[in-house]
Design a protein around this ligand. Structure first.
Ligand code: HEM
Length: 161
């Protein structure tokens, strides 16, 4: 009985128990948890509002992803990416970190970036694209910096060379 419960509990935590969302490629099972988002969420509602709530965050992520795909410093790394999944999980992650009513269902930062051999220069290039997307959405600099301060320490898990 205990074994069966343990199996049921572990299935409930993995995508093996969830259907692959429409338009996305299947991924290997992993434990779904907000702790995979890589930082504790902000609790100041003014920041989430300054980003335009869920709709503003969605536009920022879509714009950032578009910019990444045409940025010669980054395009190759993302050439084989599942952009439907990437957009969905990034939107969840930013919404969660900004204190919005979202859960992050993606993988931890370390495991999702381990195979990509990302450099510090590439990390900085991605952040530049995020800044341009936040500027385009009209997010004030001090509010942009609240998100960037959460993302900066993730460099430890994302940059591997
Ligand atoms: C703080 C900065 C970053 C954050 C918050 C972030 C966030 C994410 C998230 C949420 C995912 C999806 C995880 C999943 O599929 O479950 C992901 C995947 C990925 N990220 Fe990042 N990332 C960051 C920096 C970077 C950088 C600098 C690069 C390369 C220049 C990069 C390249 C990738 C690639 C190639 C994938 C896999 C996409 C796929 O296989 O379909 N990321 N990232």
């Amino acid at each position: 009985m205990i074994t069966l419960l343990a199996i049921a509990a572990s299935l409930a935590l993995t995508p093996a128990a969830m259907p692959t969302p429409p338009g996305e490629l299947p991924v290997d099972p992993y434990e779904v948890s907000n702790s995979n988002a890589g930082a504790e969420p902000l609790s100041d509602p003014a920041v989430f509002e300054a980003f335009g709530g869920i709709e503003g965050i969605d536009r920022i992520v879509d714009d950032m992803v578009e910019r990444i795909t045409v940025d010669p410093r980054l395009a190759d790394i993302f050439r084989a990416s599942d952009f439907v999944r990437l957009r969905r999980t990034l939107k969840e992650q930013f919404c969660y970190l900004l204190g919005g009513p979202c859960d992050y269902t993606g993988m931890p930062m370390r495991s999702s970036h381990a195979d990509h051999g990302i450099t510090t220069a590439e990390f900085n290039a991605l952040v530049e694209n995020l800044q341009l997307a936040m500027d385009a959405e009209g997010v004030p600099f001090r509010m942009q910096n609240r998100l960037l301060a959460l993302l900066a320490p993730m460099q430890r898990d994302i940059v591997t060379r």
